[in-house]
Design a protein around this ligand. Structure first.
Ligand code: GDP
Ligand code: FO1
Length: 308
């Protein structure tokens, strides 16, 4: 089993190539739940849903999140009621949140619900939330502490970031059964996801951190930055806020204690030797996943590095 650490959109692109290079049943995907949010009483897990919709072949190909060909009737009615509608919820997407909310109320865990949703959508890879507990990622700005989705979507990532808080992470536990999968894994892949708000939270669940940081199995990471900039999203602003260097080398520095091989883009090949000096092998390729062929080639390179 190969264990993959994943956020949302960046991870989903990579995973859609990966499942064409390896049997999905050999993949265990650990997904960030720090972005999870409750809105209108609905329990929403954006990263779990992005990966699930992508693997089911129903993701919106333009946004990379939400369901393809969805309508917005519910949202329009909410607007009429003068409710806040900054988080765009499609009608079909709401069905997922209704089931998740209902099953959580009935006492099922987020893991059990995720497995149920994946089974019904015909997904063969094993998807695990990083924890069944609520561990929202929060951003401290000069105006106070807000949920990450509020910072990113409602406030368009415009506020200067002073701190990223993984709330309640220290007392969180991985879901039942996940640690034994991690312990038996052949190796690990860290998707080209946001290291601060997607991979960071996963690696802060104490037992996940301890097991992955002490493994002897190969760990392959892929940089989410190309030419010192994110392909999409607020990673540059978050890194600047924490006074980190916005570059693949900056990301590699965050991963230096545990990553064995780091894959960077051709545009950043001048950083290869500096990153090697951090103590990891560096592979250079095209990481801008515009086509299925590029996604497959990147996944194939990561697998080759993992298998040696
Ligand atoms: P999110 O939770 O939806 O923000 O998704 P992730 O955390 O999985 O990914 C966000 C990161 O993916 C951003 O920092 C992007 O730079 C990165 N990303 C998106 N598309 C690509 C791509 O094609 N190539 C690479 N290397 N990174 C990408
Ligand atoms: N991203 C946006 O930029 N705007 C949205 O309104 C939005 C709604 C949304 C609804 C359901 C869902 O599963 C994802 C959604 N996303 C939206 C994406 C999501 O907020 C982010 O990509 C991740 O949470 C960032 O890690």
């Amino acid at each position: 089993m190969i264990v993959v650490l994943a956020g949302g959109v960046g991870a989903a692109k990579f995973i859609s190539g990966l499942v064409r290079e390896i049997d999905s049943e050999d993949l265990c995907l650990i997904i960030n739940t720090g972005d999870d949010i409750t809105l209108f009483g609905l329990e929403i897990s954006p990263d779990l849903d992005i990966i699930m919709y992508t693997l089911a072949g129903i993701v919106n190909p333009i946004t990379g999140w939400g369901v393809n060909d969805d309508s917005t009737n519910c949202l329009e009615m909410l607007r009429r009621y003068k409710e806040e509608t900054w988080f765009l919820l499609g009608d079909k997407d709401i069905a997922t949140h209704l089931i998740r909310t209902k099953m959580l109320r009935e006492g099922y865990t987020l893991t059990e619900i995720t497995h149920h949703l994946c089974n019904t959508l015909g997904i063969k890879a094993r998807l695990y939330p990083m924890t069944d507990q609520k561990v929202p990622t929060q951003i401290r700005t000069s105006d106070g502490v807000i949920h990450f989705e509020e910072y990113m979507i409602k406030n368009r990532a415009e506020d200067p970031v002073h701190e990223i808080i993984y709330k309640d992470i220290e007392s969180s536990n991985p879901p039942k059964g996940l640690l034994s999968i991690i312990e038996k894994a052949e190796g690990f892949i860290i998707c080209p996801s946001n290291p601060l708000v997607s991979i960071g939270p996963i690696l802060s669940v104490p037992k996940i951190k301890k097991t992955i940081k002490s493994t002897k199995k190969p760990i392959i990471g892929i940089s989410p930055l190309i030419g010192n900039a994110p392909v999409k999203g607020p990673l540059d602003r978050l890194m600047k806020g924490l006074e980190l260097e916005v570059s693949s080398r900056g990301v590699a520095t965050l991963y230096r204690d545990f990553v064995n091989t780091f894959i960077i883009d051709e545009q950043d090949k001048s950083q290869k030797e500096q990153i090697e000096r951090l103590g990891m092998e560096v592979l250079v390729t095209n990481t801008l996943m515009k086509t299925l062929e590029i996604k497959k080639a990147l996944a194939s390179l990561a697998l080759k590095a993992l298998w040696g």
